[in-house]
Design a binder for this molecule. Structure first.
Ligand SMILES: [Zn+2]
Length: 149
């Protein structure tokens, strides 16, 4: 089982600042576009971007080294406009190159630091299935700007 639920405190994700919506935690909201993408190949084509945007805003899922690699992959893929098969190939190479990418500490005991982002998974959830493609593309641009590397 993947242990990567989010911690909500007073209705706010303590890591990305997203709000609880319809009683759903940040992680539960992330589950929605993951279902929608199975109905739409064009949305599914953005799978890497959806997952990496979400994960970049939840660094506690990773070791420090794993997180840096994820951010670098995101930036390289974005700046060089890599296509999906190439991104996935690079991603596999990265996974092979490091021993620990995911944080071995259980979700409840992890350190989490709040960082403010102009867009979170909450915007994807609220925008709904019809706007998911537009919103994920917007999210990816915002995150790239906010990473400022
Ligand atoms: Zn969150």
């Amino acid at each position: 089982m993947v242990d990567n639920n989010t911690i909500m405190k007073e209705g706010i994700c303590i890591e990305c600042g997203n709000r609880e919506r319809d009683g759903l935690s940040c992680y539960e909201q992330f589950g929605f576009p993951l279902v929608w993408e199975h109905n739409d190949p064009k949305l599914y084509a953005l799978h890497f971007w959806l997952v990496s945007c979400y994960m970049i805003q939840h660094p506690s899922n990773y070791t420090e080294e794993g997180y840096k690699l994820l951010v670098n992959l995101f930036i390289d893929a974005y700046d060089n406009d890599w296509d999906t098969p190439y991104i996935l190939k690079k991603n596999r190479e990265i996974i092979k190159s490091v021993t620990k990418i995911t944080n071995p500490i259980s979700s409840k005991e992890r350190n989490r630091e709040l960082k403010h982002w102009s867009m979170t998974i909450g915007d994807i959830y609220l925008g709904g299935e019809q706007n998911a493609i537009v919103n994920i593309n917007k999210w990816k641009v915002q995150i790239r700007n906010e990473l400022k590397v």
